[in-house]
Design a protein around this ligand. Structure first.
Ligand code: FAD
Length: 301
């Protein structure tokens, strides 16, 4: 089994996910997860805000198969929104529909999402629907469309590895979109598998949305893509307020600060909470070098 597949397998292992929650941040996850509670996350956001960086806050959670857990996740996200508002920090929310009951009952998930989006709307806070695996893609888009009949403070993610993303980017061009390469293991019948093809499609999608879409979040740690975007926006006179760069908390910190300093809008994806294991394993799957996060921790202790 390739290393990537091995970490994806670990990320999907429910028993290990549950076990990890009992032990707090371990294995180096503390480098890429901004604490286990909201107070710690708020402090990290304030620190990034001081450097001109905004944040998209992810109250970590996956493998939600009971309504109680989904309701608890909803309540925690409502609390995040209240705190963003009361502390007047520069942040918005990212969430995963599966965390709010997508795999249990779609109507129940819709109601949870509506409560969140409605509160955020009152405060003028944006809510991003993260995109998960292919099996959840169409239901997630459906939920987004239904909610956007009433609310305009929502957007989602387009994953470059899906064949259909080229159609979806056109279909959803009037949304604020985060464009990513794609983090899950997908079947060759629905997704490109080679890095070369994914990288090419990624650039195509970014260029399309920069030219024709609403606001674009270019979410990548790939300096080649970032350099390309810098040149592209200059050549096409795309103003800085039409796009931002995004990276994950803890990754390429120097580059995050440098981009903000250069005057680009920059937003850090800031995960926090006990349910860090699946998120962390996907980061290891993406880039074997991220294993240095683990080894450093293991050998330093
Ligand atoms: P990669 O293809 O991983 O890396 C390209 C090159 O960049 C590498 O070869 C290396 O030279 C350089 N590089 C990358 N990382 C580093 C590093 N840490 N240090 C030094 N050099 C580095 N995926 C989803 O499926 N759904 C989502 O909702 C989603 N949301 C995301 C939100 C954000 C803010 C980000 C940043 C990613 C998100 N992802 C999401 C994950 C995404 O799909 C990719 O799996 C992940 O970003 C890895 O791809 P990459 O574009 O960063 O570059």
């Amino acid at each position: 089994m390739a290393l990537k597949d091995f970490f994806i397998y670990l990320s999907e292992n429910r028993t290990l996910n549950n076990a990890a929650q009992r032990y707090g941040l371990r294995l180096g996850a503390q480098n890429v997860v901004a604490g286990t509670n909201l107070d710690e996350a708020i402090e990290s956001i304030k620190e990034l805000n001081r450097h001109g960086i905004s944040c998209t806050v992810d109250n970590l959670g996956e493998f939600v198969f009971e309504k109680e857990a989904a309701t608890a996740a909803k309540d925690q996200i409502l609390e995040v929104i209240e705190r963003i508002h009361s502390e007047q920090i520069d942040a918005h929310v990212s969430l995963k529909p599966s965390q709010l009951g997508l795999d249990i009952d779609v109507e129940f998930c819709y109601e949870n999402l509506e409560e969140i989006v409605s509160l955020a709307h009152q405060y003028g806070i944006f809510v991003n629907f993260d995109m998960e695996n292919y099996a959840r893609l169409h239901t997630s888009f459906d939920l987004l469309e239904r909610l956007s009949e009433t609310y305009d403070n929502i957007g989602t993610v387009i994953q470059a590895y899906f064949f259909e993303s080229i159609e979806n980017i056109e279909k959803y061009k009037n949304y604020r979109l985060r464009i990513v390469k794609g983090a899950y293991k997908e079947d060759p019948s629905v997704a490109y598998q080679s890095k070369l093809e994914i990288d090419q499609k990624y650039i195509e999608l970014i260029e399309y949305h920069l030219l024709h879409g609403k606001f674009t979040s270019i979410a990548t740690h790939d300096h080649n893509v970032i350099d390309h975007v810098k040149k592209f926006v200059k050549e096409h006179n795309i103003p800085n307020d039409k796009f931002e760069f995004q990276m994950l908390y803890g990754f390429r910190k120097e580059m995050q600060l440098a981009l903000a300093k250069e005057g680009y809008q920059f937003c850090t994806y800031l995960p926090f909470g006990n349910d860090w294991y699946g998120y962390f394993m996907r980061r290891l799957a993406e880039r074997p070098q991220n294993l240095t996060l683990v080894t450093k921790q293991v050998f330093n202790k």
